[in-house]
Ligand binder design. Structure first.
Ligand SMILES: Cc1c2[nH]c(c1CCC(=O)O)Cc1[nH]c(c(CCC(=O)O)c1C)Cc1[nH]c(c(CCC(=O)O)c1C)Cc1[nH]c(c(C)c1CCC(=O)O)C2
Length: 391
């Protein structure tokens, strides 16, 4: 019954988008020059979570349309977020399942994105073990005692499920509420989290962190190895509670040379991916300004690699070895007007066809001043423009 209802809904969606099967079953009329991959067999309706557009693309399989979600889709750009967050600090809000569930669902409700991302932060698991970290509004994570020695490393420890009952509870509730929309769990990668812990807060050049790597490699590797364990523990809690995919954010790795990345960072991120391979969930890896690192980040063990706007998406696909790709609209263009945006989106959709699966996203997070109406229009455009003809 449910299955046939979904079939009808999907057929209606196809029709609304003006998509009819072509003789070769391989093309919709309104798309750009190149076809959007192989025809999608409508008899294989994604009636389960496993066949949702996001999970199909992440596994490199064809689906009904190119899935779309946004990094930082939950957050200050949404008035409903600002309303529920009033009077609560960021890290407090992460410990309240009622708020976590509501905030995670807000962009799904508003935009109909193809995936939800768990509302939390990369420093939540540190805070949960009593580590001295706060999130300063408009600034980011700030650490009371920056790490300088092995005693500092010992203050960092992975969470156990008993430390974070609110994470398990929030994920379980979300998975129930989201139904066929996948929930992405996430963690900060060892380098990006280490940068906050060594610098004491946000940094543009990561100078202290880089100096530490080279001057005291033993201490660096001890810290990065511990942070790999932190990420593994945090991701494991989310996956055990029902998250369908994970994303490891190495947002600031783009500040490193490939040589330093390979020596000081890749083994630790690889440890995280290796541990998570025990679960049947796609693993996404993302960083900003990582054009020169895409191959190495892919080789760390990701199933899907995210790219920012600095590398054309088809070139990114080549660099990551032909894996599924995520990206890569420049968030700055959210303010450039619809005509510009539409052309960019269409170009990205075409370039994304170089990959066995493409997940549409921004090249970095939604800025706080983004217009939700613009994001809504992007979602609808990606989903209709990329809709594949039924076979
Ligand atoms: C580097 C990093 C952090 N946190 C995160 C990263 C990696 C992703 C990236 O590169 O953006 C990850 C993160 N942080 C947040 C999410 C939630 C889900 C989502 O993407 O919608 C995710 C996935 C919520 C958040 N994390 C934060 C906010 C804003 C806090 C608020 O609303 O008060 C949100 C919604 C705080 C935070 N936390 C951090 C920063 C830089 C900031 C912004 C500080 C500011 O500008 O105020 C550290």
């Amino acid at each position: 019954m449910l299955r046939s209802l979904r079939l009808i809904t999907l057929r209606r969606l196809f029709r609304r988008a003006g998509k009819e099967a072509q003789p070769d079953g391989n093309r919709n009329q309104s798309g750009p020059e190149k076809p959007f991959g192989p025809a999608w067999d409508h008899r294989e309706v994604p009636s389960t979570l496993a066949r949702s557009p996001f999970l199909l693309a992440a596994r490199g399989e064809p689906g009904p349309h190119t899935p779309v979600w946004f990094m930082r889709q939950a957050g200050r750009s949404l008035p409903e977020y600002r309303a529920v967050r009033e009077g609560t600090t960021m890290l407090e809000s992460c410990m309240r399942p009622d708020l976590v569930v509501e905030i995670t669902l807000q962009p799904v409700r508003r935009y109909g994105v193809d995936a939800a991302i768990f509302y939390s932060d990369i420093v939540t698991p540190l805070k949960a073990t009593g580590f001295g970290v706060e999130i300063k509004p408009g600034v980011g994570p700030v650490v009371a005692d920056p790490i300088r020695d092995l005693a500092g490393v010992d203050a960092v420890r992975p969470v156990t499920p008993a430390d974070v009952p609110y994470i398990t509870e929030s994920v379980q509730e979300l998975v129930t509420r989201l139904g066929e929309t996948p929930l992405i769990g996430f963690a900060g990668a060892p380098f990006t989290v280490a940068s906050y812990l060594v610098e004491g807060g946000p940094s543009k050049d990561h100078a202290k962190t880089k100096a530490l790597m080279h001057s005291d490699p033993k201490l660096w590797h001890a810290l990065a190895d511990r942070l790999a364990d932190v990420a593994i523990a945090y991701l494991t809690v989310q996956v055990e509670a029902g998250a369908s995919a994970i994303q490891l954010f190495d947002s600031w790795a783009g500040g490193l040379s490939p040589r330093d990345y390979e020596r000081f960072v890749q083994p630790h991120s690889a440890k995280v991916f290796e541990a998570l391979s025990a679960y049947d969930v796609p693993k996404i890896h993302f960083g900003v300004n990582t054009g020169e690192l895409l191959g190495l980040m892919s080789a760390a063990g990701a199933d899907v690699v995210g790219a920012d706007w600095r590398v054309p998406l088809d070139e990114a696909v080549r660099r990551i070895g032909g894996k599924p790709v995520q990206g890569n609209l420049d968030p700055a263009l959210l303010h450039a007007g619809w005509e510009v945006l539409e052309a960019e989106i269409d170009r990205i959709l075409v370039e994304g066809q170089a990959a066995p699966g493409h997940i549409f996203n921004l090249g970095h997070g939604v800025p706080p001043d983004a217009d939700p109406e613009v994001l809504n229009r992007i979602v609808k455009h990606v989903q209709t423009k990329s809709a594949r003809a039924a076979a």
